[in-house]
Design a protein around this ligand. Structure first.
Ligand code: AQP
Length: 332
């Protein structure tokens, strides 16, 4: 690992099966960066339990996310791939950072507001504290860039504020992380309600496309995607559903928005929606097939996450030791 390379950290929650939104907004960028940067990609299972999970399902989904990281092109020889709960430094730093996070600033996080209204029967302290654990995830590795979808921007801003506060009190300890938001695809919307983001935990199965969806399911969901009564296929603020489909089609085919608009000029949704479906089927086919293959090789996956946790724990320890010393903990 070269010292000159900048560090990248990102994670995905195994809170369900991964969606096209997770892919286009975040994971798609992970392999592109792995030659240029020291990349650390984590399956953030500790974040996932802020919402009630079925234990057997959570274990299964955690391994599936790891397999999907690999299927999307991450190479364990180049990137550090691990499971968050395997590196206790995340929880340890998170506790310290809690003491440098103001209740007021944590209360302003919109994701907490959204998720607590969605899970009104389980508004637990972990859900509230989620962004501080995320700050710990990022700051532990002296991360400079965090590739995420736009929904995570506010959390990265909070991580920066916490880092700045800590550095201000104790001298430079943490690098300041910057978000890395894709120009297109940073917020893929639900197919059932294009005013909301596509989320893996949406109760409506037609709202999202899963990376593991079968071609016929992908086609059906796109054919049913909510659009509007005006049949023009153009990007427009008052055409959220169509704009979302154009974005998806453009990312799946590599065509520009102008090219997509020109291709479907004068054509209707009856032609457009299946075309989007087919493009996404082809985009996801190799990922699904590779994931299915990898899931048959549990020993290999285990070797990847074990090795990754060892590497991550070593890097994390350096920062945690520094933090413990600075706040005044006695060395063991
Ligand atoms: N719809 C989306 N468009 C673009 N990017 C997205 N991301 C999530 N949804 C979209 C990005 O995917 C990465 C992993 O997200 P996460 O699993 O850690 O948490 P999340 O943002 O809460 O994702 P979900 O799918 O909405 O999960 P649930 O339903 O469990 O809350 C992040 O970089 C995120 O920005």
């Amino acid at each position: 690992m070269s010292e000159a390379k900048k560090t990248i950290f990102s994670g995905v929650q195994p809170s369900g099966k991964l969606t096209l939104g997770n892919y286009l907004g975040a994971i798609r960028n992970f392999p592109i960066l792995q030659d240029e940067y020291n990349c650390i990609y984590c399956v953030v299972d500790m974040h996932a339990i802020t919402v009630r999970q079925d234990p057997a399902q959570l274990r299964k989904q955690t391994i599936e996310v790891l397999a999907q990281y690999l299927a999307c092109g991450l190479d364990p020889e180049k990137s550090t791939l691990f499971i968050q709960s395997h590196v206790p430094a995340h929880a340890e730093l998170s506790w310290v950072l809690n003491c440098y996070t103001m209740f007021g600033e944590a209360s302003r996080m919109t994701q907490f507001k959204d998720k607590s209204s969605k899970h009104a029967d389980n508004v637990n302290v972990g859900l509230f504290d989620y962004p501080v654990l995320m700050a710990a995830d990022i700051l532990l590795y002296q991360t400079e860039l965090v590739p995420v979808g736009v929904d995570q921007l506010q959390h990265i801003e909070l991580a920066r504020n916490i880092a700045q506060r800590f550095n201000g009190v104790y001298s430079d300890t943490f690098k300041m992380p910057e978000p890395y938001i894709p120009k297109a695809g940073a917020k893929i919307m639900s197919l059932a309600d294009p005013t909301r983001k596509m989320s893996k935990s949406d109760e409506n199965q037609n709202a999202f496309i899963l990376l593991m969806d079968k071609p016929e399911d992908i086609m059906r969901k796109f054919k049913r995607a909510v659009t509007d009564s005006d049949s023009r296929i153009i990007m427009s603020e008052d055409k959220a559903g169509v704009s979302n489909l154009i974005t998806i089609y453009s990312l799946a085919t590599g065509k520009t928005i102008d090219e997509v608009e020109a291709e479907f000029e004068g054509k209707g949704y009856g032609e457009f929606k299946p075309a989007v479906g087919e493009a996404v089927v082809e985009l996801l086919r190799p990922i699904r097939e590779k994931t299915e293959d990898l899931l048959k090789n549990k020993d290999y996956l285990e070797s990847v996450y074990r090795e990754g946790a060892n590497k991550a724990a070593y890097m994390a320890r350096k920062t945690l030791d520094k933090v413990y010393r600075k706040v005044g903990f006695v060395k063991r």
